[in-house]
Design a protein around this ligand. Structure first.
Ligand code: NDP
Length: 254
């Protein structure tokens, strides 16, 4: 995406990012802070989350805050407690990036361990729903809230072997569409981002033989991540965006 944001695009914005300890979420959190946002980091690992927090605090912009939540164990109640913690820190949320996710196993559905199915659905879908419900009141306090979910190309066209992950991403697209319609006359926009193949740990586990140098890095994707959190996307809702438009799904080729 060719988008050149103003350097103060996210000044006075408060944005919560899930899965902020690593990969795309870490980069998004750092980028939002660079453009002036106060960022709330969510993750399950205190050490890695703190590393993101320290990197943000070294920018000498708005300091970040970290909150721990293991999405594998999240319930509506624990997500409400999390929202209460957020409320104690900030008056509202202007953006939420649901980025955390797991891959599960790449095997045919016939062979997929039902426990893996449940784990993927719990983290990628159920916890995302509980968290969204709990955070909506804070988002609706913003004059222009932006709720962003993370999808995948296999959440639009099914592909053999991608099992629970693909199904969870189809459901994520559905949740985005339902919410976008429910809030179409309010000051909350709801969209999805499909990052496309990106150089992270998750990608390496899905395609262990792939040459990672052929992949975009999380930093390369940030124009779209910024666009959807800033004022330039105010009227966009109900859309599933590609961070790498035109990229063919599947392993990278030279
Ligand atoms: P990574 O595996 O690098 O990072 C995933 C993040 O999610 C980490 O911060 C991880 O935390 C967090 N997370 C995983 N499980 C839990 C949990 N139980 N509780 C809380 N946090 C958890 O993945 P990517 O950065 O590659 O992926 C980010 C998003 O982009 C995902 O939704 C993925 O499906 C999507 N995506 C990625 C693509 C790619 O090519 N990379 C392509 C298409 C979509 P921890 O560090 O503790 O493990």
């Amino acid at each position: 995406m060719h988008y050149q944001p103003k350097s103060d695009l996210l000044e006075n914005r408060i944005i919560l990012v899930t899965g902020a300890s690593d990969g795309i979420g870490r980069e998004a959190a750092l980028t939002y802070a660079r453009y002036g946002a106060r960022v709330i980091l969510l993750g399950r690992n205190a050490d890695t989350l703190q590393k993101t927090e320290q990197a943000i605090n070294q920018l000498n912009k708005q300091p970040a805050a970290s909150l721990l939540l293991d999405l594998a164990k999240a319930t509506p109640e624990s997500c409400q407690q999390l929202a209460d913690q957020v409320t104690a820190l900030v008056p509202r949320l202007d953006g939420v990036l649901h980025n955390a996710g797991i891959l599960g196993e790449i095997v045919p559905l016939e062979e997929l361990d039902p426990q893996i199915w449940r784990d993927v659905m719990q983290i990628n879908l159920d916890a995302t729903f509980y968290l969204t419900q709990a955070l909506l009141p804070l988002l609706l306090k913003s004059d222009a809230g932006s709720l962003v979910f993370t999808t995948s190309s296999v959440g639009r066209t099914g592909r053999a072997g991608w099992g629970a992950y693909a199904v969870s991403k189809f459901a994520t697209e559905g949740m985005m569409q339902v919410l976008a319609d429910e809030y179409k006359n309010r000051h909350l926009r709801v969209n999805c981002i499909n990052p496309g193949g990106t150089r992270t740990k998750m990608r390496a586990s899905a395609f262990p033989d792939e040459d990672a140098n052929l992949l975009k890095t999380p930093a390369d994707l940030m124009p779209l991540y910024l666009y959807l959190m800033g004022d330039d996307s105010r009227r966009k809702t109900g859309t599933s965006f590609d961070a790498q438009p035109g990229r063919k799904a599947g392993p990278a080729t030279a």
